[in-house]
Write a protein that binds this ligand. Structure first.
Ligand code: PLP
Length: 636
């Protein structure tokens, strides 16, 4: 193992680059986690967590949540804003909210509320069911609740209920008609609403969510519409209810310059509205704080070219500068960061259940009588070793293979002949690849050899359930073995999931500072599990998954650090994944009657004497046990 060390593993998988201080590679070659930003010396060995999960009889795949990371992220954003506000002698406060659409899991929301309590950290909702959740879960009278999204009468009424409960609940007007609904409702119920105005921003953001701003944006009011809203509120003697100006130019903003531009535009609008006599108190800058998923610190869609400190400082100083110029009091700053709060705290751990090689190379290729000339030619090439230039050898092999294919279609080549020829073809390619590798040669045209020869590692999970954005929008998520990182990874492979969909695979991998089509992993050992982690899945991925092929939600394991025993951790809770039965029921199947039907058919075979009664019972029980079981592959 002298030709490989931890530094090289780090170089390859970039764990420190995307790990944000939480993830690294330990001396023993296992992934190491430092979940508490205040105590970076308290670390957990991820392989110990995996072993403990196995010991508890829990099957993979599983989502592992590190609640200490969630808490750390909440503390970091609040403390970073507090520091910047102090440094800038800024007169307003920071009043953050967590947008629950990013991860609505109850345990996640509870943990965030608990960690955020000292800072009066609040919640944001964008739909009626989310509003019902935040109404119950944000009971801190000093914390904001921001209500976005399109609203109907029930939505608005629930928001007014929040006001009756003395909560700081701000209804953000997304379109003018919502105001016309709200005014009579508030009067009729005798409740004074807190109103926010969402501005349709002129700045054009970039990246996957560029459509969130500009003239054609789905949400928000143009300047003309904002002025109409103001006028209408003034008419109704409700202008004092207008408390907040809101904007959100998109998620995962990769370029800090767009953020500065948006802050300038938003702050200017805020100041001008205050000068018009609107008694605003809050400026809400929305979400968008990015995550460096690919670890490149760049403006690619899966990265960001700034730090959290820089983001916060640019917001605070940017707003201050404009308000000072306009002679307007500094607003309280609200931000709705969701991705940045949650992405790091959870990961999917699963096992590799098989390897799909590009083509079989273990068929007996020894010569037999009366072989076709094409097979002979290929064998000659195969045995020629490195007599030829790699490029020439490749050209010949590809030519023979093409001719063989034509001959096979015409019925000239037999099945065994075709099998031998194909096997030798793949062995030749492998040879060429090794020789290029050893001599450190690079031949442009042979670059594709790497892809052609890559294996597929079959991974026990569904990307549609656990990593939807990798499929939908080409998001890069880091995937790294949990252990053996002190060993040189020898197999180039891509990761395929167990759905029947050809799309069901990861297509982008972090390899150093590049994005690759495949990634080096370790050879699989018989009788030994090979666990890999798909990291940074805590934002959106956890909750957006669908049940393609009826693969259900994963088992969840919630891990906490021990306060008093450094290096130790405990599993606080295990939430079982969705059973096959539950998944079928959501598709309207009656699983009870399915079990009965299958039992009836088994009984019929028993009556006919084709099955022993004892066997019949065994089959019936087995079917029922599978219904109650996991939707994923069981590995014994
Ligand atoms: C989605 C959304 C957010 C969260 O954005 P992140 O980029 O995840 O921080 C915040 N505000 C609004 C209005 C949103 O729609």
């Amino acid at each position: 193992m002298s030709d490989w060390n931890i530094e090289q593993a780090e170089e390859l998988y970039g764990v420190n680059r995307w790990g944000a201080g939480y993830f690294s590679i330990g001396e023993n070659g296992n992934i190491k986690i430092a979940p508490n930003h205040r105590y970076p010396d308290i670390t957990i060995d991820m392989n110990d967590v995996v072993e403990e999960i196995k010991a508890e009889g829990i099957e993979f795949p599983a989502v592992i949540r590190f609640h200490d990371i969630l808490r750390s992220q909440v503390e970091i954003i609040n403390e970073t804003f507090a520091q910047a506000i102090a440094d800038a002698d800024y007169q307003g406060e920071y009043c953050g909210v967590f947008p629950i659409k990013v991860n609505q899991m109850r345990e996640v929301v509870e943990e965030i509320m608990d960690a955020g309590e000292p800072y009066d950290y609040g919640l944001e909702a964008g739909s009626k069911p989310e509003l019902m959740a935040v109404l119950a879960y944000n009971d801190n009278p000093n914390a904001l609740t921001i209500l976005n999204g399109y609203k109907d009468k029930d939505y608005l009424t629930l928001a007014l209920l929040g006001r009756q409960l003395r909560r700081k609940m701000i209804i953000v007007i997304e379109k003018y008609s919502e105001l016309e609904m709200l005014i009579p409702l508030a009067k009729q119920l005798g409740v004074e609403p807190m109103i926010g105005l969402r501005s349709k921003m002129m700045v054009r953001s970039s990246g996957k969510w560029a459509g969130s701003s500009g003239d054609r944006a789905k949400f928000g009011l143009s300047i003309a519409e904002i002025l109409n809203v103001i006028e209408r509120l003034r008419e109704e003697d409700m202008l004092h209810c207008a408390k907040l100006l809101h904007f959100h130019i998109g998620s995962q903003l990769s370029d800090i310059r767009k953020i500065k531009e948006a802050v300038t535009e938003g702050a200017r609008l805020y100041a001008k509205l205050v000068q018009e006599g609107v008694p605003l108190e809050y400026l809400d800058i929305g979400g968008g704080l990015g995550i460096d998923y690919d670890g490149t610190s760049s403006t690619t869609d899966s990265s960001r070219n700034y730090s959290t400190e820089e983001y916060v400082a640019d917001v605070v100083w940017g707003v201050k500068q404009i308000c000072d110029l306009e002679n307007v009091a500094h607003p309280n700053i609200v931000s709705e960061s969701g991705r940045a709060m949650t992405a790091h705290h959870s990961c999917v751990v699963t096992n590799i259940v098989g390897e799909i090689k590009p083509a079989g190379t273990d068929f007996d290729v020894s010569a037999s009588d009366n072989e076709h000339i094409l097979v002979k030619n290929m064998r000659e090439l195969y045995l020629s070793g490195d007599q030829y230039h790699p490029q020439e050898r490749y050209n010949d092999a590809a030519g023979y293979k093409q001719n063989a294919y034509e001959a096979f279609k015409l019925g000239i080549l037999s099945l065994p002949e075709m099998a031998k020829l194909d096997t030798m073809y793949w062995r030749i390619l492998t040879d060429i690849h090794h020789s290029l590798d050893e001599e450190n040669q690079f031949i442009q045209e042979l670059e594709e050899l790497e892809d052609m020869l890559a294996s597929q590692y079959l991974c026990n999970f569904s990307i549609f359930q656990s990593a939807a954005d990798t499929w939908a929008i080409g998001q890069v998520l880091p995937i790294v073995p949990i252990s053996r990182l002190d060993e040189k990874p020898q197999v180039r492979c891509s990761i395929a999931d167990i759905t029947c969909d050809s799309d069901g695979k990861l297509s982008k991998y972090i390899e150093g500072t590049e994005i690759s089509d495949n990634i080096p992993m370790h050879t699989l050992k018989k009788g030994e599990d090979y666990h890999v982690g798909l990291f940074l899945t805590g934002a959106y991925q956890d909750v957006m998954g669908d049940m393609h092929n009826l693969f259900g939600r994963l088992t969840e394991v919630h891990v906490y650090c021990h306060d008093d025993e450094p290096g130790d951790f405990y599993i606080e809770e295990v939430v079982p994944g969705t059973s096959a039965e539950k998944v079928l029921q959501t598709m309207q199947y009656n699983t009870e009657s399915m079990a009965k039907t299958v039992k009836k058919q088994i009984d019929r075979q028993v009556r006919k004497g084709k099955l022993a009664p004892r066997e019949g019972v065994r089959w019936t029980n087995f079917y029922e046990r599978c219904l109650a079981g996991s939707t994923y592959l069981s590995v014994d």
